[in-house]
Design a protein around this ligand. Sequence first.
Ligand code: AMP
Ligand code: ZN
Length: 113
Amino acid sequence: MIDCLFCKIAGGQRPAKIIYRSSDVVAFHDISPQAPTHILVIPVKHIASAREVQSGDADLIGRMITAAVQIAKEQNLDRGYRFVINTGSDGGQSVDHLHIHILGGRQMRWPPG
Ligand code: AMP
Ligand code: ZN
């Protein structure tokens, strides 16, 4: 059993403001929001990062993105939003469990920091 914060949130062993749950995808509010809306979408299954995604995960990744789009709609992000998947140390990943950031409610800038 690996010691993983997001596995524990998905399993209910750590608290989070969960806003979406299916059998294999969970979404909750980021504890340190970087935009007026900042939500994380994770697979229930432990996948350490985008680098560990395998071809058999294609449907699961599709369901994560579909859930993220639905959540963005429900959060009224009509003016747009940004999905981010930080990967590895250069990518700025700090929690080693795959997650999509949904960021919205303000103008995003490019290039990102
Ligand atoms: P990343 O840096 O891309 O790995 O993103 C990890 C995100 O998880 C950061 O935005 C953190 O603020 C967020 N985070 C860390 N701990 C928690 C927690 N207990 N509940 C909700 N979000 C968290
Ligand atoms: Zn995990």
